[in-house]
Every structure is written in C-alpha cells, then in structure tokens.
Design a protein around this ligand. Structure first.
Ligand SMILES: [Zn+2]
Length: 244
C-alpha cells in the first residue's frame, strides 16, 4: 500500500480533525456485523429490525434484554485493535481539537481510551432509563446476563442505551458532530460505506468547507468520490503508518 507524502503531511499538520468510524473498524476486532445480515438476520425467529425496535422495548423489554445480553456475550472476547489504539493516540496529540464520531455500538473505542467521542448509535455496554431521564448506567462486559435494573431517579426499568429501529438519534449528538466537521481541516472516514444517513453528510460538510478528506476502506464506497484520497485496506494496518 502506497501512502502519498502529501497525505502524511496533511495528517501531520492537521490542527482540527474529525474522524468517522463504522463497522469495518470493529470487524477487524472480530465483531460480527448484525446489520450486514440485513433482513435475513434472525434471532429466535424474529427479524433483526423487529427485536431491535422501539416497539419491542414497549411490548417485551425482557426479550430485548435477552437479545442484547446475547450480543454482549458475542462481544466479550473482542478487544480494541491497532486502529482503535491509533485513533486514541491521535486524540492524545490534538486533545479537544480531535473528535471521533462512531456508528459502532460495541464500545471498543471507549475501551481503547478515546474520550472525545460521539457514539451516534449508543453503546451496548450501557443502559438508560425507559422514562427518558438523563441517567445512564455502565454495565461490565462480564455481567452476562446482567440483572435487569431500575432507574435510581424514576423507578422505571432500564433499557439498552442503543438507538433502535424506529428511534431518532439522541438529541444534540449529530448537531455537535456537524458543528465540528464544519471547521475541521482534516476529515477521515474509516471502515464505513457512509451511506447511512446522517453520518454520510459529515464528509460532505467537511469537504464543502475545504477540509482535506481521507477515506480508509477495503472497497470503494458510494461516497468515495468525496474524498481527496481513498486508501484501500485495513485500518489497523494503514492508520499506524499514517500517524507514525
Ligand atoms: Zn430515569
């Protein structure tokens, strides 16, 4: 893999960086992509988009928890990889001028030490109140199955802190990412086809404002035309080379 000197220079000189990550980064840690199964992904006879839905939380919360505990179990042995670590290292250099926006819910970026992070779709290792108060609860990856809890504040049952089918993104999350992408000088998209709205629009926003845009993905994506440079390969191999 040939990485241009211009790209290395842009990365080294970037003062404000916005990075978007998707399933590809997790896949390098062995995380299965449930979404990749599309409608064919089924759990206990239920299609993925049915068991992972807002309606199901209302109708059968214990079943939702059973499914999410199963998924947490699958994740138990998945560890952050070189890509997660490289991004944490990048953040440690730029601090508040580095924002990581992820579509992944596995919590591996946080486990790797990333702090300036927006988990657009939530985090499977966290629960929140069904009444919608602001309290969130961390679960240990080892607590499987966890014991279903109630909110300390509202006495309401807790649910996974993950954006389900039929739900909007948490208020303010995407808006903050947009604001950041608006005046970053380098934007990078990693391991995502970025066709899922609204994450896809971040690259467009950054590009429009003149940021240097880099894509890292094994295959060409529908959004590849947006990027100044597209690197084909594994993020865990490419990122450490770019950042060395
Ligand atoms: Zn509550």
């Amino acid at each position: 893999m040939q990485i241009s000197a211009e790209l290395i220079k842009k990365v080294a000189e970037a003062k404000k960086v916005c990075v978007l990550t998707g399933a590809g980064v997790s896949a390098e840690s062995g995380v299965p992509t449930f979404r990749g199964g599309g409608n064919s992904a089924v759990w206990k006879g239920m299609p993925f988009d049915q068991i992972s839905s807002a309606r199901m939380v209302k109708e059968n919360l214990p079943e939702v928890w059973e499914w999410f505990d199963y998924r947490r179990g699958v994740l138990k042995d998945c560890k952050p990889n070189e890509a997660h670590r490289a991004l944490m290292f990048w953040e440690s250099r730029l601090r508040e001028n580095f924002l990581l926006v992820t579509q992944n819910i596995d919590g591996l970026h946080t486990q790797a030490g990333s702090r300036n992070i927006i988990e657009l779709h939530g985090n499977i290792q966290r629960s929140k109140c069904t009444k919608g108060c602001r309290l969130k609860y961390e679960m240990l990856p080892t607590e499987i199955p966890h014991s279903p809890d109630i909110c300390d504040l509202c006495d309401a049952p807790l649910r996974p802190d993950v954006v389900l089918f039929g739900e909007m993104l948490p208020e303010g999350y995407f808006e903050y990412a947009v604001e950041f992408a608006n005046d970053c000088d380098l934007f990078m998209s990693i391991g995502t086809s970025a066709v899922v709205y609204p994450a896809a629009s971040l690259a467009e926003i950054a590009k429009k404002k003149g940021a240097f845009c880099i894509e890292i993905n094994p295959e060409e994506t529908p959004a590849s035309y947006l990027y100044n440079e597209s690197l084909r390969g594994k993020a865990g191999e490419i990122l450490p080379k770019i950042l060395q």
